[in-house]
Design a protein around this ligand. Structure first.
Ligand SMILES: O=C(O)CCC(=O)C(=O)O
Length: 314
């Protein structure tokens, strides 16, 4: 199967289906992807790390083409998405395309979740073998791209437990302050869980729930400018968001959200069950281990057989 080819439901494939990403087969082939002790310490301190290359230019091009095809898909394929909003912006003058579930639709997005550079870094930062939770697209067109308001990912994920998740944000365009790059608040992963204050409306709504000390730290937020194909990884409590895109260039990004392999459902009493109606089935206290949550990396098994000593978050 070649990238860009679309089939019915790719979640039936729990392994890569194309040659888009060559999988390492020895310690020597895994080593170039390994994060250093310094990068792991920096993640523990700041709640994110950045500048990790995941995709080459050709792979970016494949994903851009597949992304473009999502604009014109039929009802059947659209039903595979867990969430699909061609414009989720609450500002009538702006556009934000937001979708979850691309890995079920096209070969490139399906195989992206097995990209070796992504898998190695995620394994080290979670310190554990992990499963796919879901993927996402956040795309802002040129000139009128909408904001993604400041938020913590886990405030939207309390229908799962325990909190042992990780996000990988990958640019499909060079992202800069001009076209609406992501921003992070270093150290905010130590604030604890904050309530949902909205994703696509008032950029600064979260300020209403921050205490004076957090508000001061919020002043240290930093832009996460990245070339296309490069990624940042963040903790589920790290505060992040992105401003509008008023530039002449689009700002497209794909996101992979992963979780500890033993994560279970926590749906009983979840306040926003309606938002989950197109999600894969999940049950209270039952492992999320169906075909919708493939095991992406059994790192302990796959790497230790090569005798590799891997620095990991503990
Ligand atoms: O791409 C963006 O602007 C927002 C991304 C985001 O919220 C995330 O990766 O969790």
């Amino acid at each position: 199967m070649t990238p860009s080819q679309s089939t019915s439901d790719l979640s039936y494939h729990g392994n890569p289906i194309s040659q888009m990403f060559k999988q390492p087969a020895s310690a020597k082939e895994w080593e170039p992807y390994m994060l250093t002790n310094e990068q792991i310490a920096s993640f523990a301190k700041d709640g994110y790390i950045t500048g990790i290359k995941i995709l080459d230019a050709e792979q970016v091009e494949i994903l851009r083409e597949e992304l473009a095809s999502f604009q014109t898909i039929g009802e059947n394929e659209r039903s595979l998405f867990y969430h699909y909003e061609s414009n989720e912006s609450e500002d009538p003058d702006k556009v934000l395309f937001h979708a979850l579930g691309t890995w079920r639709l096209t070969t490139g997005f399906h195989d992206l979740i097995w990209a070796p550079a992504f898998r190695m870094a995620a394994y080290q930062l979670l310190g554990q073998s992990f499963r796919l939770f879901h993927d996402q697209l956040f795309c802002k067109p040129a000139k009128h791209g909408g904001v993604v308001a400041w938020h913590q990912d886990f405030s939207y994920w309390t229908f799962t437990k325990p909190m042992h998740h990780l996000t990988c944000w990958i640019g499909l365009d060079d992202s800069t302050t001009e076209n609406g790059c992501l921003y992070y608040v270093p150290g905010s992963h130590k604030w604890g869980l904050l309530p949902v204050t909205g994703l696509t409306g008032d950029m600064d709504a979260v300020k209403t729930v921050l205490n004076p000390e957090q508000l001061e730290i919020f002043g240290n937020r930093l832009p996460n400018e990245l070339p296309k194909g490069y990624a940042s990884f963040h903790h589920p409590l790290t505060m992040h968001g992105s401003y509008s895109n008023l530039s002449d260039r689009p700002r497209r990004a794909t996101v992979i959200n992963v979780m500890d392999y033993s994560t279970v459902g926590n749906t009983d009493g979840y306040a926003r069950l309606d938002a989950l109606k197109s999600f894969p089935p999940m049950q209270q206290d039952k492992p999320l281990d169906s075909r919708f949550f493939p095991l992406l990396f059994d790192g302990d098994k796959e790497l230790e057989r090569f005798g590799m000593k891997i620095p990991k978050v503990r």
